[in-house]
Design a protein around this ligand. Sequence first.
Ligand SMILES: [Zn+2]
Length: 245
Amino acid sequence: MTEKAPLKLLCVTAHPDDECFGFGGALMLAAERGIETSVLCFTDGQAATNRGAAADSAELGRMRRAEFAASCSILGVAHHEVLDYQDGQLEFANFSQAAALLVQRIRAYRPQVVLTFGGDGAGNTHADHCMVSFFTTAAFHWAAAAKRFPALGPTHTAQRLFYATSSFFFPGRPSPLPAPWTVTLDVNRVQQRKFEAFRAHTSQLPLMERFQSYFEKRAGTEHYVLVATPLPQPAAQMTDLFEGL
Ligand SMILES: [Zn+2]
């Protein structure tokens, strides 16, 4: 009898703070059940509007790397990594290189569940979020394909790719074109810790204050859509990203 591989979740984001805004509840619920979680963030967020006391972009980047580490620790994330891509410039990044980097990470880490943004770019339609969605989608499929990047290690077929999606729009911002959700996660139980993780992003607190009332109203539920699996199946509503795994 072969032992079942331990359950793992990989979450791919664009900026420090995406991990709590977009995925914090899912990450905490997984960690609570002993599922190993990993967050890979493409940029250090040095193009942010809110800049704290940073003297320059490099300093803001360093601050945000530290804030990201603190937030991941609150969210119970086992592994976290910030890549060196330029904040705000992902649409100009080399697609094949970015996808290859993720193929390598997926083949090495071997997660069953992969989470990222949808192509809508999430609540603020940030092009970096769109690009992370496209890179991760390619990598999810290509990590499983022997013909793609054969030098990057043995293939890995992850079981589920989910995009974060939303049931509401932020006021005063261009509306995204969100995917209909297939997952409703009740994250009320961990909502306070989600705020705590956000507050670890000290440089971004003005953003938190601006949308505080929305967060309080909405942060108890996270929506996702299942977009890829190894087996043909009809879409079904789920309340757990790992249901049946
Ligand atoms: Zn972001």
